[in-house]
Design a protein around this ligand. Structure first.
Ligand SMILES: C[S@@+](CC[C@H](N)C(=O)[O-])C[C@H]1O[C@@H](n2cnc3c(N)ncnc32)[C@H](O)[C@@H]1O
Length: 202
């Protein structure tokens, strides 16, 4: 738990480095950061692209402890960010961090992304969330069922939802194997040794 002194620090303090930001979370969550949560400099590269208009609504598909959404919300107060996350404990950490940062333009939903209405969102961020279903990958925990079948199911489901979105829908992928991306999306730019990709639907 954070001390009262930590809780009173300004948001700028928390966003100064990844190390500082990760101190919003307990030790075991901090240990997962390097592998599982988007670094701040990556969010800085993508947030403007995902918010081409004021009031843009952005969904992070698999939001973990909310690091991407919180950093994006802090950088772009005119947009609104939603994170959906299947692990309840991670959502709870996201809400605790949000309260400390006093950010209003962000929310977190506990549940499977397959239960969301994609019409509620304009643009999407995806950090290879389904990869944990493949064997021999580093997993966040052993509390949920993993399988290659789930990996295929989630990829196909996301592919269909993305394909239904209107022309102009923007998508950013980080570390993606790209099987979830329909051919109706074309690549606008690739950065960070092709790990970070910017897409738009035609
Ligand atoms: C690599 S982490 C990324 C976290 C966050 N987007 C970030 O960048 O900081 C992927 C997250 O997706 C979640 N996830 C995986 N499959 C999911 C599903 N079907 N529905 C909701 N969340 C899911 C995992 O529990 C994990 O927390």
């Amino acid at each position: 738990m954070l001390s009262a002194a930590s809780a009173s620090l300004s948001p700028d303090h928390w966003f100064s480095t990844d190390e500082q930001f990760n101190f919003l979370y307990p030790g075991p969550i901090r240990l997962l950061a390097a592998k599982h949560w988007t670094p701040l400099h990556i969010t800085q590269r993508v947030v403007r692209y995902l918010t081409p208009t004021d009031n843009a609504r952005v969904l992070d598909i698999g939001s973990g402890v909310g690091k991407f959404c919180l950093a994006a919300a802090w950088s772009m107060p005119s947009a609104f960010f939603t994170g959906v996350e299947q692990r309840k404990g991670l959502v709870s950490h996201a809400y605790t961090a949000q309260a400390i940062l006093k950010l209003k333009n962000v929310e977190f939903i506990h549940g499977n992304f397959t239960r969301l209405d994609f019409d509620q969102y304009d643009h999407f961020y995806f950090y290879n969330s389904f990869y944990e279903n493949l064997v021999d990958t580093e997993k966040i925990d052993d509390n949920i069922a993993y399988s290659p079948e789930l990996y295929d199911y989630y990829n196909r489901y996301l592919y269909k939802r993305l394909d239904e979105r209107p022309a102009g829908t923007r998508l950013v992928t980080y570390h993606s194997l790209e099987s979830e991306i329909p051919p109706s999306y074309h690549l606008v730019e690739a950065q960070v040794n092709d790990l970070l990709k910017f897409w738009i639907k035609s």
